[in-house]
Structures are given as structure tokens and as C-alpha cells.
Ligand binder design. Sequence first.
Ligand SMILES: CC(C)[C@H](C(=O)O)[C@@H](O)C(=O)O
Ligand code: SF4
Length: 475
Amino acid sequence: MAVNARTLYDKLWDRRCVSTDDEGVALIYIDRHIIHEVSSAQAFEGLRAAGRRPWRRESILATPDHNVPTTDRELGVDGITDRVSRQQVIALDNNCREFDLLEFSLTDYRQGIVHVISPEQGMTLPGTTVVCGDSHTATHGAFAALGVGIGTSEVEHVLATQCLRQQKARNMLVRVDGALRPGVTAKDVALYIIGQIGTAGGTGCTIEFAGEAIRSLSMEGRMTLCNMAIEAGARAGLVAYDATTEAYLKGRPYAPAGEDWQRATADWQSLHSDPDAGFDLEHIYAAADIRPQVSWGTSPEMVVPVDAAVPGPQDFDNPVKAEACESALSYMGLSPGQAITDIHIDRAFIGSCTNSRIEDIREVARIVEGKRIAPGVKQALVVPGSGLVKRQAEEEGLDSIILAAGFEWREPGCSMCLAMNADRLLPGEHCASTSNRNFQSRQGLGGRTHLVSPAMAAAAAISGHFVDVSQGEWV
Ligand SMILES: CC(C)[C@H](C(=O)O)[C@@H](O)C(=O)O
Ligand code: SF4
């Protein structure tokens, strides 16, 4: 290993590290601070109590997303029936007004899920640091930016000082060689990797995703992958800067323009790991081994290919995992050996910061065009990640295709990803979901979540049970 060779993570760290104390705790400078209604109210309260103001207002973008209804948006906050949810959204509006912060409020056409709107506005830029009081801030790593999820007290700290206390993570490389098979998407890659390394596999690490399969992903796909780095236990996920990153950012409202663009893109060229940089841990996979994935349990690592069967406790050598399997199967109402394609679904949810961007919606429209949801499926929801995604999809006529297939076309927000609004599963219901977490009751009390790609969720809604979208009529 060459002495001066650095990983992408090392470079990002060095660019923003202000100082490091004797215990190795550093202060890193924060370029972009995204704020939502659930994790910010107490931070603003603390700021006010201390008589402080946000240190750099221009670094902030706020939007309500977790608690917002996905229907009747014209009612504004009056459309939120839950009292706590309404209070949180009102508090965000008031805080943004008081401190003069940029907010895409409930009725703004640019409102959406925090991790969807910042990239789409060109606010997430390569070489920068991005924080949000939200674990899925890892998403922004797709832009060769250091995206770190923080807690509410850290939100207050960043508001007050523009810096974050951090210990440097270890470097992990996850390389996926070769080309992905048709019908296999970034979501399948993410679930496959978590299935391999486990939800603790990335603990204490920043994961850089590399290799031919990753390079050939669109920015949307890279965001899906980095979004789920957090479910692999990692602190952050990263993909190197390249022409795909540049093409995505060019011309976005808040991206640099003119001479600034030239300067920025020249600077961004160095945002990759040096060829001889060393990683603390490496995992190397072949893209050809990855098939469409379906989670069968209550943790994102409980995942198998769609053509496999539900495992049983006897399939795990580790007694803790065997026990976890047993309890997950009882919660999920599944039996060992049952074919994944025999699992019937009650609802489908296409949305969340993992899979609600324009490409995801296009993929759903492609799968469902000219078809109808299966009679046994009670509901198939399509929730775009932002007002701009919704608008673009409608311009492309995707909403009509989706509606004609019997799916619902909603307003943007987190929605059934975590059921903080009215969109939720009933006890015992199975859901094909494009979100990132399948914890117990995540999508509603007693609900049973199966994590899948958008194509897999759409095809399951059409068929009534899981099907392999890498085969036959679906490709
Ligand atoms: C509510 C929020 C703080 C939470 C997170 O941090 O991830 C949510 O977005 C989630 O996905 O569970
Ligand atoms: S869409 Fe889901 S995972 Fe993403 S920020 Fe919202 S609740 Fe969290």
C-alpha cells in the first residue's frame, strides 16, 4: 500500500476535518443540513433556550415528510388528523419562519422525502458533508459526499456550530464485479449484500461500493444502494464521482453554474479512492450471482432470492440466528421450506427514500402497463418521493398507466415506509414493499413487510404473490 494513497472516505474526511482531539474525536465541518419535522423540534427548542441562532442559514433545507398525508394535500396541515403529527409539522413551519430558513412546506410542489429532494435540487454535492437527523442520510453518499445520519442533540449542535463531533470510521470496500442480469436492480444488490454481510457487517465502517456493476448504476440506483448501507450497520455509504454523477447534477437549481460549475467539476475529479489505497475490510461479489431478492423475516438480512424457499432454524449454524429465524417466521406467518413465490400479498407499497424516484416509477409503469392488480390484493400504493418526481411522472403519462392497473397514485412523503400517517398495514397483512426496513410493526401494528425492488413489488401486486421479474414476460 502506498503511503499517500487514500480512499474516497479518507479524502472526504480530510477535506472537512477541522481538528482532532487526543482521544481521536474530530470536529468535521458540515456543508449541508437537511431537516424534517420528526427530529428537529427539540433541537430548535434547545437553540432558542440558549439564545442562539443557526450558524449558517444557507446550509439548511427543511421539509415535512414523515407525518404528511398522501391525499388531500390542498388542506395543508388541516389534513393531518393525528395531533402529534400535526404539531410537529406546524412546529417545523414556525421554526423555519422564525429563523428564516428555506422550507419546502406541505403545499410546496418541491416538497418530498428529505433524501429525495436534496439531490434533486442539486443541494447534495460531491466532496461535501451532508447531515440530517435521519439514519438514511447515507443516501447522499451516492454523490461522493459524506452523508451522516445524526440524532436530535447533534441537530442542535450542527445548527449552532456548523460542525459535528465524529470519530473516523474504518474503510470497507464492497465490490460487485461484472454486469447485473436483466431484471436485477440496485435494490436487489443492496439486499443481497446485506444478506451476505448481515445487519452488523458494516459496523464502525464507511462502505465504498465499487466495481463494474456499481459504476453502471444510474444516480437513482446508487442512491438506493447507499440508502441501505445503514441497514448493513455502516455509518455511511459511498460511490465515487464520475460522468454519471456530473450528468445528473448539471443544471439542477442549486448546483453550481457557469464558471463555478467548471471549477467544481475540476475539483470533483479527485473524488475516488486512489488505485492503491488500502481498505480495512473488503467484500467482493459477482453480479451474475445476484437474483431478485425478497425478505422473509423481520430484519433486512433475512433475505433470499425469489426462486428460493423460506429457510428454517436448522439452516443456521449460529444458535442466535436460528432462534431469530424461528421467531421471525412465527411473526411473519411463514413456514420453513415454503417457496417464496407461494407467499401471497395483501398490499404493495412503492415508495420511500429507497425507491421513489422517477426511474422507480418508470419501472413500475413498465411492469403494470395493460395489466390489473390481482383480485386478492387490497391495495397497491405508489407514493412518489417528491412533488417534482410526481410532476415528471405525470408529464410522462406514468400516472395514467399506474391508475389503469388499479394502483393508487398519491402525494409525496414517507407514507407506508413507517406508517406515521394514515397509510398502514392491518395486523397479519403481507406487504411487498420497496422500503428499507422490515422490522416488526414498521408498516402498521402486526404488519408483515417483504422488502423488494419496485419491479418485484409491482409484479407481486399484479400476480397476487411474489414472481421472478428476471424471467419471461416481465423482462
Ligand atoms: C424518524 C426518523 C428519525 C427515522 C430515521 O432516523 O431513520 C425514520 O426516517 C426511519 O426511517 O426510521
Ligand atoms: S422514507 Fe422511510 S426510511 Fe426514508 S426517511 Fe422516510 S421513514 Fe425513514
